[in-house]
Design a protein around this ligand. Structure first.
Ligand SMILES: Cc1cc2nc3c(=O)[nH]c(=O)nc-3n(C[C@H](O)[C@H](O)[C@H](O)COP(=O)(O)OP(=O)(O)OC[C@H]3O[C@@H](n4cnc5c(N)ncnc54)[C@H](O)[C@@H]3O)c2cc1C
Length: 318
């Protein structure tokens, strides 16, 4: 029997939360999860609203992607997030999918999703996507040595760029974590994508108020306009004084096992005016560490193109 045909582990968890159920029901149908109980959290109070305060905006974890898409405050002040949400999945899915569930969705790597492949995420000994001859067209190009599955949340690409925090409530109390550090790299723990603790609920996501002079943009590249995850996406948030950029946040989605900030690209812009030339140099720096797999070298040039375009758009130059 080949490694690929070993029976997959099917963790029998005691109980799981269900929000919109989009990913949870897929995981159950794929025999990756067999919970004894499914607890719907959809009717929990105070988690379904979008609230503005002097410090920013609080997004309840049960707010749907459709609610986020329709919100005019987000469209005006957090345009990269509004764009990311508007391009996620399909209108029907956005009506059901919640923000908390979106952040916690599991990767769509077909080796992980197929119960017959006992990959590292399921306690196996290898990443099948990294094997010679593997189907890895949609996999990661950066930080992909251990496991090359990418995170599916394009919404998180934008949230990380805005410096969002998640608030969690669980048996050990309430805690707030920057979303950027909530995600876990495969080298830390390949079996999970976030540091959520057993029994914890994401209650809200907090977006800081953007500084004056902030410009932002988001671009999703995919094989289809709808009903699909990103092949490559990017969110850019720039703070500018006049023409000079004094803070940049550039986050790549579908490039790595987590939404990935690229400090080397940000450093190219900081302290300089954004121009076609600096945008191009930052886009090159964004993928300088890429280690593409057999089938996904095309992603390097896709990221170069969309990072450059998103920087210019965020700076108001296109
Ligand atoms: C065809 C298709 C295309 C898609 N395209 C995109 C895309 O382009 N971009 C994108 O970002 N996403 C995309 N998605 C993913 C989709 O947006 C997510 O699956 C959805 O947002 C999950 O939300 P949910 O409320 O249904 O979560 P559920 O399926 O209910 O839950 C997902 C997980 O989160 C846990 N959970 C849910 N809410 C909480 C909470 N508040 N606290 C703690 N645990 C919780 C559940 O226990 C479960 O483990 C796509 C999905 C499909 C099917």
């Amino acid at each position: 029997m080949s490694d690929a045909m070993l029976p997959a582990s099917k963790p029998a968890s005691a109980a799981v939360y269900k929000a919109g159920g989009v990913d949870l029901l897929d995981l159950m149908k794929e025999y990756l999860l067999q919970p004894a109980r499914v607890v719907s959290v959809l009717n929990l109070p105070k988690m379904s609203s979008i609230t503005e305060s002097k410090d920013g905006v609080s997004l309840g974890a049960l707010v749907t992607l459709a609610q986020l898409e329709a919100d005019q405050t987000l469209r005006q002040r957090y345009v990269a997030l509004a764009e990311a949400v508007a391009h996620a999945a399909t209108p029907q899915l956005r009506n059901a999918a919640t923000l908390g569930g979106n952040i916690l969705q599991r990767p769509r790597c077909w080796y992980f999703r197929n119960e017959h492949f006992q990959c590292l995420k399921k306690g196996g000994t290898k990443c099948f996507a990294n094997e010679p001859g593997a189907e890895n067209k949609y996999h990661g190009i950066i930080g992909n040595q251990t496991c090359s599955a990418v995170h599916g949340s394009s919404v998180s690409t934008a949230l990380v760029a805005y410096g969002a925090q998640v608030e969690l409530q669980g048996p050990q109390g309430v805690r707030r974590v920057p979303l950027e550090s909530f995600f876990v790299r495969p080298e830390q723990d390949v079996r999970r994508e976030t540091s959520i603790l057993p029994g914890e609920l994401i209650t809200e996501v907090l977006l800081p108020k953007p500084a004056a002079g902030t410009g932002a943009w988001y671009i999703k590249f995919g094989e289809r306009e709808s009903y699909d995850w990103a092949t490559a996406d990017v969110a850019v948030v720039l703070e500018q004084e006049g023409r000079r950029c004094h803070r940049a946040s550039i986050v790549l989605g579908a490039a790595a096992p987590l939404p990935l900030r690229v400090p080397a690209a940000e450093a190219v812009l900081v302290g300089k005016p954004v121009t076609e030339e600096t945008a191009r140099a930052a886009a090159l720096a964004a993928v300088a560490d890429a280690t593409p797999l057999e089938q996904n070298a095309y992603k390097v040039s896709v990221f170069q193109a969309i990072v450059r375009r998103a920087i210019l758009k965020a700076a108001g130059l296109s």
